[in-house]
Structure formats: structure tokens, C-alpha cells
Design a protein. Sequence first.
Lengths: 466, 333
Amino acid sequence: MLFPTVEFAIFFSLVLPLSWALMPRPHAWKPVLLAVSYAFYAAADWKFCLLLGGITVGNQIAARAIERVGGGETLAGRAICAGAVVGDLAVLGVFKYYSFFVDEINGTLAGAGLGLPLPLATIALPIGVSFFTFQAISYVVDVKRGTLAPAPLIDVGLYLSFFPHLVAGPIVRAREFLPQLEKPRDPAKVAVGAGVVLIAVGLIKKVAIADVLAREVVDPVFAVPEAYASADVLLALYGYSAQAYCDFSGYTDIAIGLALLLGVVFPQNFDRPYHARTVGEFWRRWHMTLSRFVRDFVFIPLGGSRGGRWRTMRNLVIAFTIVGLWHGAAWGFVLFGLAHGLYMAVESQLRGRWPRFPTWARWLVTYHFLVLAFVLFRAPDLDVARTLVGQLAQSGPATLWAPLPVLLTLAVVGSHLLPPRPLDALRERVEAASVAVLAPAMVVIILLVAATIPSQGVPPFIYFAF
Amino acid sequence: MATETLPNSDTDPRARGSARQAILLVILVGLGLIVFAGDSVRNAGEELDDGPVKTMVLAVGHPAGWVADTLPFAPIADEVTGWISSDEDLGTAGGGFNAPAGTGGETGAATARIPPEAFGSERAPLRSLLVTGDSMSQPLDAVLARRTAGTGVSTRRDAKVGTGISKTGVVDWGRLATTQIAERPADAVVVFLGANEGFPMPIGGRDVECCSPAWVAEYATRTRAVIEAYRRGGAKRIYWLTLPAPREAALAKITGVVNDAIRVAASGFGAPVQIVDAAELFSPGFRYRDALQVGGRGRLVRDPDGIHLNERGAEVLADRLLVRLRRDFVLEG
């Protein structure tokens, strides 16, 4: 059930009043919200609910066991936590990476004249598995670290399955979500204006910008780069930077907005990422909840930047290769992460000299690195990526340079370079408008956005695949 | 226990409204959308697969559609927002499956069997290729376009994701085929379609459910109408692909009868209309399998969803199609 669909609109229209009606009675509200979230997930495939339930119960058993053995500082506590994390990663490994690795291992072994010890098979990828397994890890590790007490099973179940963030994030940490379940949300303190504005902005970003750029420019060029010359390829590369941002941040805007209407606050996930003057800064502005997860659970445990120049560089490369692999089981994602890690490793060594360059030069270099690295992220395979980059040197007519994709790309990237204050002030004024203004405005926006949807419907969000 | 306090609605400065206002807003937006686009809710519901979600959407969609049909606002909204629609206008195209009898509707009534034409033994150059279908045609269309790049072939990719022969609400393939070939004539057409089938089809004034003989016959008749639309538009060859067996048994049943219908529909045209048996290639004996021997070793050829081909599967199929194309046409390079 995608957010920008009729079925989700009806689903949410039923859930919202039900949720607030039951809110004063947590013993009724929590099971109902849990059931509703599982029903939302079952709309994709009911069998995936078994996996989600299994992850929930497994991590809750581990969290309780850590508490029972005296906490995460004891040897037993550490062992239980490690076991739970390994279990979560094993689930991710089997469902997300098995096919990729077994295919690659098969290729290597066949080259050496050996047989394959594992069955060559594809496994259905449960939607959102990368998000809820990471959230489960965050829960059990926070309990181990003593920053969170084990919560009741129903709270943990609701934390992992809460439908606004279930399938594509943001990756909400347990210690951000669980305290919000400790007492009923106050029905007199709901961020109605902020929620509605986020939902409207998210719809526009996804349907009226990202999908239009994909249709008009990005998909044709990435599908058959041989058919396009440098001007079109460049437009597709810049266009993809705008599309990827609008697609993913559009999803999280809607998710955060829906949660706000239900009285729950999620962390921010994007903050004008193309404003960044370094790749490190980009990752503090792009998919911020993933970046801090990797920082807290991979980079810092590896030693962070404490072990000297080479260890810092090594840790950055490892952490960002994992970020790449988290996005999907393909060499393109691995190389995307590796490229970011290597670039940031170099960046970390230039920390003193880099700021001496003019701001515009630092921005230009950073943005173009990001645009080029996105080729590895978007291309269906490395051959297509290579061909596409090669086409940058191919002269020929510009066939895709219509005003709409050019303006949309410029508007998206340009909006990140504007000073934030006027835009924030405008947003705050809209958020403060009354329901009598917001409701008709929302109707008009939905009608206009819906008119841009092709007859086949809304394509899935890019991050649904992760 | 140190619990990090993070923003929540108790401390969020944006939390200036109330739950009552949130609910009121959702109700008002819902009412507005019913008045201006209630028919879209009904149409969306009718396109969904059977199940609780469809029931929920239609429970709202039928009354919403009635309201929109009764009031004059939905056509006004369509008129006002029509200029930003990204769809081709199929409204005047002939060959629609549900048009009145005598105008191409009741497909079989107006669609006479066209005998195979003789093209002579000389192969003509392939100048234009249309690769179309539903999501099954992706990524085959891109692989074929890449493989034919530099051979003098202009390859048009036109995937209509989520559509089917047995569902006409979103795209009527009878009309679409007519429009596709009229807008940009193609020497050859590759069709890979059938992953979203099994919807009831109206025959003689009543809906016939999948997968009775009457349903299969109607599916074959509609498929034949699409083939004829391409032929009338000047396509010299049409390559219609059968569907590999999907992993799920319930889907496999529908896919099996769709393949039967395709085989019947494409028969009798001779060389101009050819079946490319992707079903046998990827699922011998119509039994699902993930992998094939490719280049002397086992490789995965199916997507994890158990329905579609992955990139490598599409490459295998494109190679098979290229053999046919080179046999029937002259390709440069």
C-alpha cells in the first residue's frame, strides 16, 4: 500500500479517528495500532508479517535476557546482545543478500571448476526489512548499553511495525519512539499544520517532481545510454540527483507528517543535502537517520577517528561500504559506498586545507562527486554505468532538454542553496493556517498532483527496494 | 536509567493544533475529494486485485462515485487539471474492448480473422521496433534497446506497468495498440504482457470470472484484436511472448490459461505473428525455477518476486528475440 494511493488515503482516514478515540486507553490503543500496522504490512504480503513478528519476539527475548543477567556490561549480556545482532543481520543476509552472494560465489567456484555448495535460488525480499532489522538492532543495543530499559512486548511490537515508518523509514531509534508510548499522546497538542504541510510537500516531491523527472529524462537515459549524447546524459545525471532526493525525502516527509497527525514525532531525515560543501556534510544532511545509525553502530565501535589517520580512513571506508551495501545487493551499491568512503577518507585528511578553497568551488566539487557517484547507485549494472559515463564524451543532439525537467532540476538543487530562513518562515506561516484554509488547499494540491499521475499509477518509492 | 529525551508532541513547538482539528481536516479533505474526484476512487477500487483492500476501497468508492456522477464538479476538475496529465489520449482511438457492438466492442463481433500476408522471401531492413507490455516487458525493453543500438533500429519502449488485457479501466489495450502504432509506426512489435490478469470480463452483458473456458476465449479474442491493431498499423512482424511460470501456485493457474489464450490468439497468422515461448525457456514443463544454465553455468534469471525476469533473464530473452529479428529482418552491424 503506497502512501500516494486511494487505498492508503481511505486506510488512514479510518485509522486517524480510531487512534485518537482509543488514545486515552493505552490498553486498547496499542493492540489496535499494532493490528492496524500489521494489516498495512499484510497488504504487501501477509507472510512477511511472520518475519516481522519473529524479529520482534526474538529481540524482545534478548533484551529481557540482557536485563536478567545484570545488563550489557556483563559477559553474558554482551554475548546475548551479540547473538541478537547476529540473528538480525542473518535475517537481513538471507532475505536481502543470499541470492547476490550465492550467484557471485557460484561464478567464482564455476571458474575454478568447483560445484556450488548452496542452492541457487531467489528469495522474496520483504518490504522494509532493512529498516525494521536496523531498528531492532538499535533497540537491543540501546538496552545493552543501558540507555534504554526493556519495554513491554507490545511497545516493541508497535515500535518496529508502526506503519508510517515501517516500509521505508526513517530509521527511528528505540529511545526516540518508545518513550512516546509511555503515556497517551495529548490530543490538545497535535502538530496538525506541520503534518499537513509535510504530507503535501512530500506528495509534490514524489509525484509531481521525482516521478516526472524519472519519466521524462532519467529512466530513458539510464535504460539505454547508447541512445543519448552528452547533453542528455548530463541532464539525466543532474535530474537523478533531484529525483533521488525528492523521491526519498518525499516519502519521509509523508511518513513524518502522518506520524505527527497521530501524535508521534519522528526525527528529521533530510536537511537540504545539496547545500553540502563536503561529502561528510552531505551525509549529515541526507538520510540522516541511517548516517547516525552507521556512525553509532559501525564507525564509532570500529574506533571512529580516535586511532590516528590510517585507522580513521579505514573506518570511514568500512562504514560507508556498509552504507552502500545496505542499499542493495549489487556491485553498484558496494562501489557507491566505497567511493563515498574513499572520498571521505581523503576529505578527512584535507580538513585543514579544504576550507581555504572558495565556498562555490567546494560546493561544485562536492555536488559533482555526488552526481557521478549516483551513476553507480542508479545504473542497473556496471556495464550500463560504464557506457553512461562514456556517453558523456559523445557529441550529438540534446533531445530531452524540455523546459519542465530542466526547471524542476534547477528548482530542487537551487532550493538547497537558498538561505533557509525565508523558506522556513513561509512554511511556519502556512503551518499556522486554520483548518478552513488548509483543507481546501490540500484538496487542490491532491487534485493537481493526482492529475500528473500516469494511468498505470504511482511507481514505487526508490527506497522501497532497500 | 539515562533516557535521552527527544522531541515529542508534548514539547514540539509545532504542536499547536488538536486531534479534533486533525480529524476534521481529514474529513473535509475526504469530502472535497469525493465531490471532485469520487469516480477516481471507484475506478481505483475496480482495478485492484480481489481481497480486503479492494473491498475497503469499493465500500467507499461506490458511494463516492455516485456522488461525483450526480454532482457537476468532477468533470470540471478533470477539465481544469487535464492539461497536466501525462497520459496519451486514447479516447478517440478505435478497437476498444468495451466499445458498443459494431464499433470494435464485443471484440469478436467486429474483429474478423485476417489471413497472413505474403511478404516475399527478401528480408527488409529493421528500422523501427516497439517493445511493449506490462511490467514483464521491463527490463527486456531496455536490454533490447541497448542490443539494437548502432544497428540502425529505432527502438521505442512503452511499458504500461500494472495493466492487462482483462482490465480496461486504466489502459484498454485494444485502443492503446491502435494509438501506439498510429503515432509511431513500427516494423516489428514485441509484446510481453500478462502479469496482471485474472479480472472478470464482460461477455454478453455479464461478467465472466477467470479462468473458465469463456474467460480464456474472451482473453484470446482480445489478444487477437490487439495483434490485428498492430498489423493494421503496418507492423510486419509481431512477437508475442508467453509468460514464464510464476512461483505462486494461484498466479501460475492464471498465467497458464493466459499462455493458452496467447497461443490460440496468435495461431493462424503465419510468419507475421510469432509466439516466443518464454514460458518454456524459463520454466520447462511450466514449473517455476529461479536459475538457468547461462554460458555454461547456473545463473539466477528471475526477480526475487517470483514473477519477473531479472536483468540477466532479460538478456537471455533478448538474445532469443534477436535471433528471430535477424532471421526476419536485416540489422546493420
